[in-house]
Design a protein around this ligand. Structure first.
Ligand code: TXA
Ligand code: MG
Length: 324
C-alpha cells in the first residue's frame, strides 16, 4: 500500500510531466497533469488510444468543480454533492483551464472525484486536476489490482501507486448534464436507480451508450479470448459443443446454474451478489485468459442496478473485433 513518501514522489512525477498509475475505487487509472498537453499526449501514446477519445479529469473535491467547467447546472450540483467522492463522472461544458488535448477536441469535459484514500491524497497534495483513463492498453480489460497494472503497462508508466484491489471493480457511471435532461453515457458504479432517486426524474440511457466518439471500435473491455453471450438455458450445451469443436472454453457460470455440470477448459462460478460480481469481473476475464481459454461463454445478468454496468461491459467485450 502506498505511503506518504509515495504520494510525494507521485506528485513530483506529475509536476515533471510524467505518468502515474493510481488506484481509484472503480479501476486503476493512468494519470497525468491535466493542464500539461505534452503529458496528456503521452497517455494516448502509452495506451495506444486514438487522440479523439476524451479523458476524465480527476479532482480532489466537489468544491473545485467550478474551476474546471464553464458552468454548473443545478442537476450537476445536486449529483456532485450527493455522489462525490464516488463512481460518478459528470460531463459539463469545458472550462478554459482544460486543454483540448484532454477532451479529444470536445467543448465538454468529463470530471469526477474518486473515492479512494490514495487517489484523494494524491489529488489534494498535487492541487491540480489529473486526467486518467483506465490504466490498460486501448480496448483491453481495465486493471483492478496493481498486478494488472504492471501486466498491462510494465515500464511504460513512471510510477505506480499501490492502493490494493479496487472496491467497485467497474468504471464510473458517466452522466451528461449539458443537455435539458441528464443522460447516462456509460452505466457504472452509481446506478440509474440511485441517480433517479436523487434527481426525482427519469434519467435517459441513449441507445448509443458509450460510443460517443467517432472511430471508436465496438469491441472494448475485451480479454484476449473471444466472448460469446448465450441464453442461460443454452449455456451448458453451448459450452460443451464449443469444447467438443476444439475451443478451450472458459465459462463464467451464473449463480442460477451453480449446480450444473459443465464440460469446459475452465469454469468460474460467479458470485451471487452484483457487488461481488462487479468487483471480480475484470479479474475473472483476465484469469480465463491466463488459463489459456480462447473462448469465454457466459449469460448476461439482469439489467438493473449494478447488473446494467456488468451487462454493458460484457456486451462490449463480446463486440466485433478489429479484423487487422
Ligand atoms: O472509473 C472511471 O471512470 C475510470 C477511473 C480511472 O476514473 N476511468 C475511466 O476512463 O474509465 P476511460 O478513459 O477508460 O473512460 C472514459 C470515458 C470514455 O468512454 C470517454 O469517451 C468518456 O469517458 N468521456 C470523457 N470525456 C467525455 C466527454 N467530454 N463527453 C462524453 N464522453 C466523455
Ligand atoms: Mg477504459
Amino acid at each position: 500500500m502506498a505511503h506518504i513518501g509515495d504520494i510525494e514522489k507521485a506528485c513530483g512525477v506529475l509536476r515533471a510531466g510524467g505518468l502515474v498509475a493510481l488506484p481509484t475505487e472503480t479501476v486503476y487509472g493512468l494519470g497525468a497533469n491535466a493542464e500539461d498537453p505534452v503529458a496528456v499526449a503521452r497517455i494516448f501514446q502509452t495506451k495506444g488510444r486514438p487522440p479523439t477519445h476524451p479523458l476524465i479529469v480527476h479532482i480532489a473535491a466537489a468544491e473545485q468543480l467550478d474551476e474546471w467547467v464553464e458552468e454548473v447546472p443545478a442537476a450537476a450540483r445536486l449529483l456532485a454533492r450527493r455522489f462525490w467522492p464516488g463512481p460518478l463522472t459528470l460531463v459539463l461544458r469545458r472550462g478554459r483551464r482544460v486543454p483540448l488535448e484532454a477532451t479529444g477536441g470536445l467543448e465538454t469535459v468529463a470530471v469526477r472525484v474518486p473515492d479512494h484514500p490514495v487517489a484523494l491524497a494524491l489529488l489534494s497534495a498535487f492541487g491540480g486536476g489529473v486526467t486518467a483513463p483506465s490504466a490498460n492498453r486501448f480496448g483491453a480489460v481495465s486493471p483492478t489490482t496493481v498486478d494488472h497494472v504492471r501486466a498491462e503497462l510494465g515500464d511504460a508508466v513512471d510510477f505506480v501507486l499501490d492502493g490494493g484491489p479496487c472496491e467497485v471493480g467497474v468504471e464510473s457511471t458517466i452522466v451528461d448534464v449539458t443537455g435539458e435532461n441528464p443522460a447516462i453515457l456509460r452505466p457504472g458504479g452509481v446506478t440509474r436507480e440511485d441517480l433517479e432517486a436523487v434527481l426525482g426524474c427519469p434519467v435517459e440511457v441513449p441507445a448509443t451508450t458509450g460510443v460517443r466518439v467517432p472511430g471508436q471500435h465496438p469491441s472494448h473491455y475485451a480479454p484476449r479470448a473471444r466472448v460469446a453471450l448465450v441464453e442461460p438455458e443454452k449455456l451448458v450445451a453451448e459450452a460443451e459443443l464449443a469444447q467438443g469443436a476444439g475451443y478451450r472454453v472458459g465459462v463464467l457460470l451464473p449463480p442460477a446454474l451453480a449446480t450444473a455440470r459443465v464440460k469446459a477448459h475452465a469454469v468460474i462460478a460467479l458470485p451471487g451478489s452484483m457487488h461481488a460480481y462487479a468487483q471480480g469481473l475484470y479479474g475473472f476475464l483476465r484469469d480465463l485468459d491466463q488459463y489459456g481459454c480462447d473462448l469465454i461463454i457466459t449469460s448476461l445478468p439482469a439489467e438493473e442496478g449494478l447488473g446494467s454496468a456488468i451487462a454493458n461491459r460484457l456486451r462490449r467485450a463480446a463486440g466485433p473485433r478489429p479484423t487487422a
